[in-house]
Ligand binder design. Structure first.
Ligand code: LMR
Length: 328
């Protein structure tokens, strides 16, 4: 394979990676939807590509397709089951048709910070969640962090009542729909690549996302401001099909998994830094960030937390208890 440096060179930035695999190398296509620069998923996917292409040269060759250039998240898991793509890392909100157990990650105010998320994902409960989709042909391989979500809209959001009556883009997740309904807002599920245009043209009034997505997609340019609510989580599951994993020689699979585990450790450990860098980049680019007083924040908690009860059956009361124990 050519080196990762060639693949990511400026000429092709922002477009699909160019096929660069040698004859006889197994091609591993990794399709995702975010930008690559400064973005937790973009950085992790490119590091994985670099290491696979260097350390598994002659055996395997990875191509990363960022920015929804190959598939968006509604399509990628089906494409994976067809064998058209080997790796993806959709957010945990995007697996609704495959499992309901990831709904715990969408429940508002479930985790107090990213350390709590990390501890929960590394617990036995979290580890077992990687296997939740095996019957449906998918295997979770690693949790990748992005971070906590913030709200933005075309008007200032200070109290939960400010969101009432507004249309908010959400990821396609029943929990997120219920969360917006709890705010008396109107949830509009929509693909990530369409959000900027929808905000710009007024198809939706607001959205929720992490600092890296708000910066990477430039949502702040077409919003009044961002309110720092840290109300929910946006993390990823790196996923492959069971069939593809089974087709690999054991040694090849082990080498790949070792690289993936090392990349996961390294990039997840850097998440606070990447998140802060994106928050600062929003400010530097002229975006407005509103911080909440403790009283204001409590009002958002009171408005949204009742959603937990609606999903306790899917998520498991014991899993909620385990997450809360970690928060304590
Ligand atoms: C979204 O759709 O807002 C996110 O899941 C995009 C992403 O991959 O971070």
């Amino acid at each position: 394979a050519v080196t990762a440096a060639t693949l990511t060179a400026g000429t092709f930035a922002g477009t699909a990676a160019i096929a660069a695999c040698d004859d006889g190398e197994m091609v591993i296509k990794f399709s995702h939807v975010t930008n690559t620069d400064k973005h937790p998923k973009g950085i992790a996917a490119n590091l994985l590509m670099e290491r696979v292409n260097e350390e598994m040269n002659g055996t395997a060759c990875m191509e990363v397709y960022p920015n929804s250039t190959l598939y968006n998240d509604d399509q990628v898991l089906e494409a994976m089951l067809q064998g058209d793509v080997q790796l993806a890392a959709p957010s945990l909100s995007k697996f609704e048709t495959f499992t309901k157990v990831y709904r715990i990650f969408d429940l508002p105010f479930m985790f107090k910070n990213m350390d709590a998320v990390e501890a929960f994902q590394k617990s036995e409960t979290g580890e077992e969640m990687k296997d939740a989709m095996q019957r449906r042909g998918l295997q979770g391989l690693a949790f990748w962090h992005n971070g906590l979500k913030q709200f933005s809209a075309n008007k200032p959001l200070e109290m939960p009542g400010d969101a009432a009556g507004l249309k908010f883009r959400v990821q396609p997740s029943d929990v997120l729909v219920a969360q917006m309904e709890a705010l008396e807002a109107s949830p509009q599920p929509m693909a990530f690549s369409e959000v900027y245009g929808a905000l710009q043209t007024g198809v939706v009034d607001g959205q929720e996302n992490t600092w890296s997505n708000i910066y990477g997609q430039k949502f702040f340019e077409v919003q009044d401001g961002i309110t720092e609510t840290n109300h929910g989580l946006l993390d990823y599951m790196v996923v492959a099909s069971v069939d593809w994993l089974d087709s690999l020689d054991e040694g090849v699979r082990d080498q790949f998994m070792t690289i993936l585990d090392e990349v996961t450790e390294e990039r997840n450990a850097a998440i606070a830094e990447v998140d802060a860098e994106n928050r600062q980049a929003v400010l530097d680019a002229g975006g407005t960030i509103r911080e909440l007083t403790p009283e204001q924040r409590q009002a958002w908690v009171d408005a949204m937390k009742p959603v937990w009860e609606q999903f306790e059956g899917d998520v498991g009361a014991e899993n909620i208890a385990a997450a809360q124990e970690i928060n304590a």
